[in-house]
Design a protein around this ligand. Structure first.
Ligand SMILES: Nc1ncnc2c1ncn2[C@@H]1O[C@H](COP(=O)(O)OP(=O)(O)OP(=O)(O)O)[C@@H](O)[C@H]1O
Ligand SMILES: [Mg+2]
Length: 422
């Protein structure tokens, strides 16, 4: 029999609690960067170390790319522990250990491909961003073995399948199951996150995003994005008379308005116009207003060729294509600026109405968030968001991305995953 010396890396109490849990279904809702993935990997790897030849264990992430990260971390784990892998297959993302147990790192993108295996245990990482179908498929893989499963994730919207499952477990409605919640304070207390980093995050993220990412609070499925109080707090008497430093333009397609919004150097709306018309007329109007001022224009679909034409006369004009992600970034940026009162607009009825009725909706199945008007138009919101994005670009807001301990201080904490496994 092969023997090995295994020493579990340090886990802080809240991590150790779920890693040591003996229940059959373990659900963890945790703040971002609170050590969920590390805890999950240790839970699975320790199970594989105790397994028998041929036993299979699975790690499921929403996408192939995310599961690659866990695969690399697992390989690193065994290397640092001097635990020999017999075989690694990078293409199949499969590790075979010295004891004959097999670890498969999977993606939830095609749930149908997950059926048919017997797993001794599995983890679903980023469960709220993985489809419920993938969870059903994984559940089927432990039917024969009755093996345990661990589901870990950030919190997203209230009707997300994973959040609903967590609630059911939390109130004790599922036998042999346990629920854990790890908020940012736990991670700060444990020393893996810095309080100053969290404070910065609080400043740059909208309340809704901060509460879901760091406080594990699910948000409503359809909720006002900007907040009525915040919209009110950003209102100024009228249009600013100062020089416009940049524009945002949302192009009208068929029945929509084309909206031009300008901002001055203090991020106050200094120009606003909306109109209906043919593409030719719209191009002429935009040219006349924008000239050689920096400008961002919606270049989605039919907007693309229009942007090309506009660029011939407006040298500092660029296009912005809406995709799910780019639209989310654009609107989240505007939401943050409104909630922090760093953008100002006049109390023009249609502007206020559009801002107030702008909603976010998150699909229960995929956890994907989309933004649109609850009723009526959203062209003003889009134009304002484009202008705000351009303004931010020009004024280069410092990148306050999450800084882990060690990235700042040479002497404390971990610099990367290598240091962690050490
Ligand atoms: N017990 C620990 N001691 C020291 N550092 C830790 C510990 N657990 C995790 N970390 C560090 O914290 C960082 C975040 O860990 P991890 O990726 O597991 O968090 P997460 O909650 O899964 O984050 P995400 O929200 O990105 O999924 C990693 O760099 C890791 O090295
Ligand atoms: Mg993670």
């Amino acid at each position: 029999m092969t023997t090995y010396n295994y020493k579990r890396p340090y886990l802080y109490p809240k991590q150790a609690e779920f890693v040591d849990c003996k229940k059959n279904l373990i659900c963890v809702e945790g703040s971002t960067k609170s050590g969920k993935t590390i805890g999950g990997l240790i839970w699975l790897l320790e199970k594989a170390l105790k397994g028998e030849p041929g036993y299979q264990y699975a790690w499921l992430a929403p996408t192939y790319r995310i599961s690659c990260i866990a695969y690399d971390r697992a390989k690193e784990f065994f290397r640092k522990q001097n635990i020999q892998e017999v075989k690694t297959s990078n293409i199949a993302q499969k590790l075979t250990l010295f004891n004959g147990t097999i670890l498969n790192f999977l993606s939830g993108e095609k749930p149908d491909l997950l059926y048919g295996v017997d797993n001794q245990a599995y983890v679903i990482d980023e469960a709220s961003r993985t489809s419920e179908e993938a969870f059903h498929a994984m559940t089927s893989t432990t039917t024969f073995t009755s093996g345990p499963s661990l589901l870990i994730s950030n919190v997203t919207n209230k009707s997300n399948w994973f959040h609903k499952l967590c609630n059911t477990v939390r109130i004790g409605k599922i036998r042999d199951a346990a629920y854990y919640k790890i908020v940012w304070q736990d991670a700060v207390e444990s020393g893996i996150l810095k309080k100053s980093v969290i404070e910065n995050k609080k400043r740059i993220l909208s309340k809704r995003v901060f509460d879901s990412l760091f406080n594990c609070q699910a948000y409503s499925d359809a909720s006002s994005v900007f907040g009525v109080d915040c919209i009110q707090a950003c209102q100024i008497e009228g249009l600013s008379k100062a020089v416009t430093v940049n524009y945002g333009v949302d192009l009208g397609k068929t029945h929509d308005y084309t909206v031009i919004i300008g901002l001055d150097k203090d991020c106050r709306v200094s120009f606003y116009n909306r109109f209906l018309g043919s593409h030719i007329k719209n191009i002429a109007k935009i040219n006349a207003v924008v000239k050689n001022t920096p400008c961002l224009v919606d270049a989605t679909g039919a907007g693309d060729p229009i942007v090309e034409i506009l660029r011939q006369k407006c040298s500092l004009l660029n296009g912005y294509k809406y995709s799910n992600t780019s639209k989310v970034n654009l609107i989240e940026n505007l939401a943050t600026m409104i909630q922090q009162q760093t953008i100002y607009f006049p109390p023009i009825e249609e502007i206020i109405k559009e801002l107030e009725s702008f909603e976010s909706k998150t699909t229960a199945k995929t956890g994907l968030t989309t933004y649109s008007a609850a009723t009526g138009h959203d062209d003003i919101v889009n134009a304002l968001a484009l202008a705000a994005w351009k303004y931010k670009e020009q004024h280069k807001v410092a990148d306050l991305d999450c800084v882990m301990i060690g990235a700042e201080d040479e002497d404390e904490g971990y610099h990367d995953i290598d240091d962690f496994w050490n």
